[in-house]
Write a protein that binds this ligand. Structure first.
Ligand code: GTB
Length: 219
């Protein structure tokens, strides 16, 4: 739901993925859509991300960021948590369920995402190294070491802990990045879980908006 509002996020002017939704602004857009908030996007070139105006908001010069009134924050986990705490739709009503949803959010970014990032780096940045082909299976196994217990825990449930929550939003967003190398399909229940996330109307709107921005096509 982009259009004039008091919320502004930053995103790549043109994502290197050409709009496949893998850049991290997609998860923030998705959270905003789930809670029904309008937002504006400030697209940033690679150069603009490293300029003082953006560094004042994001010390590492990355996207996305989130601004509303006099608040400016960074880190997708923190942004989604901020939204989930203030708006209905991303956290269960009870304190225990909320704490468990936060556990899953941290598990997504702190336990599952790191080996996935390592795999992306191995495929994109290290592929010309003489040792790349020897290392790749090791890195893929590290990803499987996270996907297997996650798959076991999910079992045949729709979501990780009862109803859809910010924990699922973060986990699905992280898992989307292991579909291209084929690892997600090794775990059919995780592939179905990700597909359930993508089927949510809020995700579809977020995806369409980032695609339009990255291709110049109308959303
Ligand atoms: N931990 C931070 C968070 O969750 O907010 C990480 C933020 C981050 O790494 N942002 C990336 C960035 O700004 C964009 S999402 N990179 C620019 C830079 O390093 O200068 C990472 C990303 C980029 C591209 C693809 N892709 O093309 O598939 C996927 C994911």
């Amino acid at each position: 739901m982009t259009s004039s509002s008091d919320i502004t996020i930053t995103a790549f002017q043109r994502s290197p993925d050409g709009g496949r939704g893998l850049a991290r602004d997609t998860r923030v857009r998705w959270a905003l859509e789930e809670v029904g908030l309008r937002y504006d996007v400030r697209p940033l070139s690679f150069e603009a991300k490293k300029e003082p105006a953006h560094l004042a908001i994001h010390p590492f010069g990355l996207i996305p960021t989130f601004e509303q009134d006099d608040l400016a924050i960074f880190e997708t986990g923190a942004i989604v948590l901020h939204l989930a705490e203030r708006h209905e739709g991303l956290f269960p009503a009870d304190a225990g369920g909320r704490a468990r949803a936060i556990s899953w959010m941290f598990a997504a970014v702190n336990t599952v995402e790191p080996p996935i990032l390592e795999l992306s780096a191995a495929v994109i940045f290290e592929r010309d190294q003489p040792w790349a082909q020897d290392r790749l299976p090791i890195v893929k196994d590290r990803v499987r070491d996270r996907l297997r217990p996650l798959s076991d825990r999910l079992g045949d449930a729709d979501w990780l802990d009862g109803d859809f929550s910010a924990g699922d939003l973060m986990m699905v967003s992280v898992l989307l990045r292991v579909r291209p190398p084929g690892l997600l399909d090794e775990f059919p229940n995780l592939a179905a879980y990700v597909a359930r996330g993508e089927a949510r109307p809020a995700y579809a709107r977020a995806f369409a908006d980032q695609l339009a921005q990255n291709t110049g096509a109308p959303a």
